[in-house]
Design a protein around this ligand. Structure first.
Ligand SMILES: [Zn+2]
Length: 411
């Protein structure tokens, strides 16, 4: 009886699925595919079924989309943005006097710019307003990358270890996808350690109990090592790390997210930031001084292939939609090979988010998050600025190649 019921259910399932699988199929002809795991495929056809990649076939004829002549990659992942951050009506990095509608629209604008720039997943760390944006994207009504958010953060002022555990539980209950922790001061205030071992253990231990990942803001070497030893999952910034902390992160399997764009973005937009909070002349001098130190640290860290480097830009006002500049800084200033930078922004970033079974590579069974750029970023990294095709979950959001090769052909 039980057996017959199970068989009946199976037949219904097969009948319901099979015809849909045929009619929804979209194909993409590609000349060069960088698979996000360090591999390259040439002359293939990607078959997309619904939201997923169903198969990758060698050769093929015309596809629904012909991307030959472009470089196809998995949609990029930025593991650290502040999706709501934007310049106010007067062009300054202050949002005083804004209406909530203006604020919400700015978030939507940032999401759109980020998706058009080739980023199909971002992690925002994070404000409560991210939640509505996340839900709107998930409903399919707002064009934007898949959005994960911390909704808030914890720091030394959150209180005792008990207070910190309660704060983490509250964020988890509110629907946070991760917990953001501040273990050091800002780079404009010297970046010194702020949280005790007990506070860090409470934050990262409770996050783990809630099955949430942690991302720890830490500049100084001692704040990095304390967070790693407390069992936190990932470190962002790390401008002061030495070989000892790099080795510690390798030993503990901690993800490391250093970045260039954030500092350049502040310096490039000094006029808009200066005079607000700790964006003082001294703060800017401190960031300027840190730039070569952070570059040297990154150059050293990327040489050790065991370091689990991820791609998180810390995009704030002025950087949304320019996230891919991080690739250029990494390759040009940090001497990282483009393929390593790409892995850190695709398959390894997906691993860091525990989404490797869903996104981060071009492989059958994964979500069809695909982008294409004009040119070959392995030869000229500035090709990352020329994103002409963006597909997220099987849906095309951008298709603007200059020549016919990127355009939709008649199936
Ligand atoms: Zn940040």
């Amino acid at each position: 009886m039980v057996k017959r019921l199970a068989l009946g259910a199976l037949v219904v399932f097969v009948c319901a699925q099979a015809p849909a699988a045929q009619s929804n199929a979209v194909t993409i002809r590609a000349g060069t595919v960088l698979d996000g795991k360090g591999g390259t495929l040439q002359n293939v056809t990607l078959r997309i079924d619904g939201s997923r990649i169903a198969a990758i076939d060698q050769g093929g004829t015309d596809g629904t989309y012909d991307l030959r002549g472009l470089t196809v990659m998995p949609g990029w992942i930025d593991t650290h943005v502040h999706i709501g951050a934007h310049f106010g009506a007067n062009g300054r990095a202050s949002n005083e006097g804004e209406t909530s509608a203006q604020e919400a629209l700015a978030g939507a604008e940032n999401l759109y710019a980020t998706l058009m720039a080739g980023f199909t997943t971002v992690r925002s760390v994070g404000a409560m307003s991210d939640r509505d944006l996340r839900e709107a994207i998930a409903r399919g009504v707002l064009p934007g990358p898949r959005l994960l958010t911390s909704l808030g953060s914890v720091n030394e002022r959150t209180g005792t270890p008990d207070h910190i555990r309660q704060a983490v539980q509250k964020l988890a209950k509110s629907g946070a996808d991760l917990i953001k922790v501040f273990a050091s001061r800002s780079s404009r205030d010297g970046g010194g350690r702020t949280m005790t071992d007990e506070q860090l253990q409470a934050a990262c231990g409770e996050a783990r109990a809630q099955k949430l990942r942690t991302l720890v803001h830490a500049h100084s070497a001692d704040s990095v090592s304390a967070a790693v030893l407390a069992g936190c999952d990932a470190i962002t910034h790390g401008s002061g790390v030495t070989d000892a902390e790099i080795k510690l992160m390798v030993d503990r399997g901690t993800y490391f997210e250093p970045q260039f764009l954030v500092t350049h973005n502040y310096l490039d937009h000094k006029k808009q930031y200066l005079g607000i909070g700790n964006y003082t002349d001294e703060g800017f001098a401190s960031m300027q001084k840190l730039l070569p130190i952070r570059t040297a640290m990154f150059t050293r860290a990327q040489q050790d292939k065991r370091v689990r480097l991820v791609f998180g830009t810390d995009a704030v006002a002025g950087a949304h939609g320019r996230n891919a500049e991080e690739f250029i800084y990494r390759v040009r200033d940090g001497k990282q090979p483009f393929m390593d930078a790409l892995v850190s922004a695709t398959s390894r970033a997906a691993e860091a988010l525990e989404l490797q079974d869903k996104i981060g590579a071009i492989a059958s069974g994964l979500e069809a998050d695909l982008i294409a750029v004009e040119g070959d970023p392995r030869q000229d990294v500035t090709a990352v600025r020329r994103v002409v095709f963006v597909m997220k979950g099987g849906k095309v959001y951008r298709n603007v190649a200059a020549n016919a090769k990127g355009s939709k052909t008649n199936p």
